[in-house]
Design a protein around this ligand. Structure first.
Ligand code: AHG
Length: 336
């Protein structure tokens, strides 16, 4: 892989040669990438920057916010509000949407994000990340409302994440495959380090929080039981397990070497469709995984086809290596 292609060059080529993106979308993606650099600096400072611990506030889902959740949210809003490329933003950390104020020009795009995913890992120095999704405002109404955000994930114009780990890596799709950019800290620039990333169709690795096993639905339990049975069982091969509890880190591993990630519906809170958020987590990750040749379902339906009914909707998630996701989906169908 050439070390000379910057994010800017990649985006310019996507705009000029492939006609994939418009100039405002390019500006939007460069702005998000710049915001991620700022978040990376805060994450890196840790205790020295007084960014660890809780903010003593709760988000709309009643989760206690970490200081870095709040900081990352503010950085993304401040970076994007004035550029003229956006109509509004929505965040896992905000009750409702943030509309671009009248003093700035309004653009046609909508930006959605989980500013700091995996926040239980912040204080213990384990990989965390920022996940983002871009939609186009499709309605002709003058203002912007939450309804404008309720589009199925297949309508995303772009999606990606930045993982703050041993390296800081930005992973992006504009619908033309998946590219990875590593932050060169000395130069302050994003350098293309992987292009046309592919998730192998088969795998021997799964990621799920096993402590919830007793609460799972039968098809999920059947799939994991078969993986655990190894060579002697129905699958005839041994499986390995990994669970970071940061979706960005787990998905990054799957994009790098394959695997299946599951955060399924379970019986702990049966009225909730799942733990993860459709618009801020499942949709962008599903777009990336599909663009890399993998698959993503909620057990019965392709995630990117789901029409959201509310901003903070939750969803059951099975994504990664295509043959494994198809198997889990088939087990759900058989059980139904
Ligand atoms: P949060 O950002 O609130 O810490 O949530 C993280 C998400 C996701 O990134 C991860 O896969 C999952 O929650 C971990 O959940 P468990 O702690 O239940 O394993």
């Amino acid at each position: 892989m050439s070390r000379n292609i910057s994010l800017t060059q990649y985006l310019v080529e996507q705009q000029r040669e492939h006609g994939r993106i418009t100039p405002p979308l390019r500006l939007l993606l460069e702005t998000v990438a710049r915001a991620c650099k700022r978040i990376a600096i805060s994450v890196n400072k840790g205790a020295l920057g007084d960014v660890l611990g809780t903010a003593h506030t709760e988000n709309v889902q009643g989760e206690v916010q970490k200081k870095l959740d709040v900081i990352a949210n503010e950085v993304l809003i401040e970076a994007n509000v004035w550029g003229g490329h956006l109509a509004a933003m929505a965040s896992e950390e905000m009750d409702t949407i943030s509309v671009v104020p009248d003093r700035y020009p309004q653009g046609e795009y909508l930006l959605l994000f989980d500013p700091l995913d995996g926040s239980s890992n912040i204080d213990v120095n384990v990989s965390i990340g920022t996940i983002f999704s871009v939609l186009r405002k499709v309605t002709n109404n003058r203002g912007v409302s939450e309804d404008d955000f309720l589009q199925p994930g297949k309508q995303q114009a772009a999606a990606g994440y930045c993982v703050y780990g041993p390296q800081t890596t930005l992973v992006l799709t504009v619908g033309d495959g998946v590219a990875m950019f590593t932050l060169d800290r000395e130069m302050g620039s994003w350098v293309l380090t992987e292009d046309q990333v592919q998730v192998p169709a088969d795998t021997k690795e799964f990621a799920i929080n096993m402590s919830n096993m007793r609460h799972w639905a039968p098809p999920v339990k059947r799939y994991i039981d078969e993986c655990l049975a190894g060579k002697e069982g129905a699958r005839g091969k041994d499986f390995n397990m990994r669970w970071v509890a940061s979706m960005v880190a787990d998905v990054h591993r799957i994009l790098t070497r394959g695997g299946v990630f599951m955060y399924p519906w379970d019986k702990r809170e049966p009225e909730k469709l799942g733990k993860l958020r459709l618009l801020y987590e499942a949709n962008p990750m599903s777009f990336l995984i599909e663009q890399a040749g993998g698959a993503a379902t909620n057990g019965t339906q392709r995630i990117l086809d789901i029409v959201p009914s509310k901003l903070h909707e939750r969803v059951s998630v099975v994504l990664g290596s295509k043959n494994e996701v198809d198997r889990v989906t088939a087990y759900h169908r058989e059980a139904a």
